[in-house]
Design a protein. Sequence first.
Length: 184
Amino acid sequence: METSGGMRASLAGRYASALFDLARDERQIEAVSQSLETLRAALAESADLRALVTSPLVSRDAAAKALGATAASLKLDPLTTNFVGVLARNGRLRQLEQTMRIFQTLAAEHRGETTAEVVSARPLDDEQVAALKSQLGARVGRDIRIDARVDPSILGGLVVRLGSQMIDASIRTKLNTLAQAMKG
């Protein structure tokens, strides 16, 4: 993923860059990265937590208190806990998911890895992720970090974004292509 102007210029990119710079200066990149992964998993599992992060009806102070308690229960590192509190107090919780994604990309680049965003119709198992890492790593000549998410609307197959390249091998795209060819 491109990390120069475009990604870092967005609001989420500026927040992610600030968090990354602070984590790098305090030698806490891995701790923050792990905490963000824990928070991402919690957001995926809890509809209440997602509602807290996305609802405009929750006041900034209430969101900050609730996220502080959540961070403590998830045992997030202090830097991440403070950062999430800043997002809440600034009314920027809607930027949290994208900020976490950009931070992970910056951290991966710092480690010499390339991040591949992978969308599948159902969760990939460890063996599939390992095979995908191996194939993509051979293609680009670097270590690959997989950022996987599930989107049942693609019906099957995979959509992989690796930097500026996109490989769309989803069944939905194949069916749409076939439908266009039949119209033609």
